[in-house]
Design a protein around this ligand. Structure first.
Ligand SMILES: Nc1ncnc2c1ncn2[C@@H]1O[C@H](COP(=O)(O)OP(=O)(O)O)[C@@H](O)[C@H]1O
Ligand SMILES: [Mg+2]
Length: 452
């Protein structure tokens, strides 16, 4: 059995089979009907001829019969014409009259026959087909036979019957093909809502759990599947929400013991030990605040009407991180656009994303070098440093949660870039990572620009 992936190809295949079978059966049936009809006409005509020959039979006073055909009938049955013939025979089978040269009967005598009979008989090369009727003339029963030589039969009718098979086939085929095309068109129309639903399904992911497939236009036959998928998505979204809430709650719960820990450290006698422990506590607080941020971002939905000036956001971040850079003997520069650059999105989220990029750049750039912020009019902001850069094989890893090159580095959580990526996703922004010459990395975020 041939297997089809697509319903349309299955329909086309079955339809073609049906088309072939139907055109064969239809032409067979129709040509049978036609030959049945022409046979009927022929039989009727032969019966009428026999009757009209019989009308000219007369009994003579001596008891014998006489046949006097008018001129037109004589012409019809003349040997020269050769197409029609007649014969009259009596009960004993004796031929009383015949249009044939040898005065023979057309069909064998049959005293048992009914009033009208249709017969066929071979005579030499020819086949004679006709009717035999029983008639009583002057108290004497005779059989009048009238026949037609099929070889001489009207060629037109024969041709029609012979061609019928072919012609009907050719007419049926295009009609059924038009039906097939109509079927395919109907089917494609019916499937259109499914294609549209598939496009929506493509966008569903951890970042967009709220989307559902539309069911209004979906054909009834597949609607149960689509509804079931929607219900499955409801359950998944609920699962996601529970997990998100758990992360947020856990991070939140950890804050209080952490601040208690910090106050206790303040009254610790050993000043050196206190300093070291305070640094650890700060590291932990950093992780917790990033976890909270992630949980918050997972539930965050960008307000489509919100807009941000990328240039002023970048300036804010630069100002915010400047003390951190200076403390490590590094510098900050803000370059590019001099006018506001409006993009779609939440200013607070853009700030977070750029700040994470800036902190990384400051941490990795070599002492004495400058971290550059560049804002472009097309909605791009980039942060460049003079650090070691990012190896080609690490470019996907760095965005994974908790991935960091050096796990022992204090304050490194591996969450920063995953936050950046999540914010970019929410804003349909594109992140690019490149290395600079001779060394350094450049992270760019390209947002959707808003035309004033
Ligand atoms: N500007 C950069 N230059 C070199 N490596 C970087 C840079 N930014 C990030 N990385 C690498 O990517 C890892 C993940 O970064 P991130 O997610 O921000 O986590 P974290 O900064 O807490 O380590 C970092 O640990 C570092 O190894
Ligand atoms: Mg970081």
């Amino acid at each position: 059995m041939i297997r089809f992936k697509s319903i349309i190809s299955r329909i086309v295949f079955l339809h073609v089979v049906a088309v072939v079978i139907t055109s064969i059966l239809m032409s067979l049936a129709l040509s049978w009907l036609l030959s049945y009809a022409t046979n009927n006409i022929h039989n009727k005509a032969m019966q009428e001829q026999a009757v009209s020959v019989g009308e000219h039979l007369r009994a003579l006073p001596d008891g014998s019969l006489e046949l006097k055909l008018p001129q037109d009938l004589l012409g019809l049955y003349s040997q020269a014409y050769g197409r029609y013939s007649y014969a009259v025979i009596d009960r004993q089978g004796k031929v009383l009259f015949s249009s044939l040269r040898d005065q023979s009967a057309l069909f064998p005598a049959d005293a048992e026959s009914s009033d009208v009979e249709f017969l066929q008989q071979r005579r030499g090369d020819a086949t004679v087909s006709g009717a035999s009727i029983k008639k009583t003339v002057g108290g004497q029963t005779v059989w009048i036979q009238a026949g037609e030589d099929l070889a001489n039969r009207d060629v037109l009718i024969d041709d029609i019957v012979a061609d019928f098979y072919k012609n009907v086939g050719w007419i049926t085929l295009p009609i059924l093909l038009v039906l097939l095309i109509a079927d395919i068109a109907i089917f494609r129309r019916a499937l259109k809502p499914l294609r549209e639903a598939s496009e929506i399904a493509r966008d569903i992911g951890p970042a967009r759990t709220g989307l559902r497939l539309p069911t209004d236009e979906i054909p009834g036959e597949v609607r149960p599947l689509v509804s079931a998928v929607n219900q499955a998505l409801d359950r998944l979204e609920e699962g996601f929400r529970i997990q998100r809430d758990f992360t947020a709650d856990a991070a939140h719960e950890l804050r209080t013991p952490l601040s208690i820990l910090r106050t206790r450290l303040d009254i610790l006698k050993d000043e050196k030990m206190g300093q070291a422990l305070r640094q650890d506590v700060d590291g932990m607080a950093h992780i917790i605040s990033q976890l909270l941020e992630i949980a918050e971002l997972d539930a965050f939905v960008v307000d489509p009407s919100e807009k941000a000036d990328l240039r002023s956001v970048a300036a804010e971040v630069a100002e915010f991180v400047a003390p951190l850079a200076l403390a490590q003997g590094k510098d900050i520069a803000l370059l590019g656009a001099t006018e506001p650059v409006w993009v779609k999105g939440s200013p607070e989220m853009l700030n977070r994303a750029i700040r994470n990029l800036a902190e990384n750049a400051i941490n990795h750039t070599a002492p004495g070098t400058t971290v550059e912020f560049v804002v472009e009019d097309n909605g791009t902001v980039s942060v460049s440093d003079h650090g070691p850069g990012i190896a080609e094989e690490e470019r996907n890893l760095i965005f994974q949660r908790f991935w960091r090159r050096d796990r022992r580095k204090p304050g490194s959580t591996g969450l920063g870039l995953s936050i950046v990526q999540r914010i970019a996703e929410l804003h349909l922004a594109k992140i690019t990572v490149e290395n600079r010459c001779p060394t350094g990395a450049r992270f760019s975020l390209r947002f959707m620009p808003l035309r004033p």
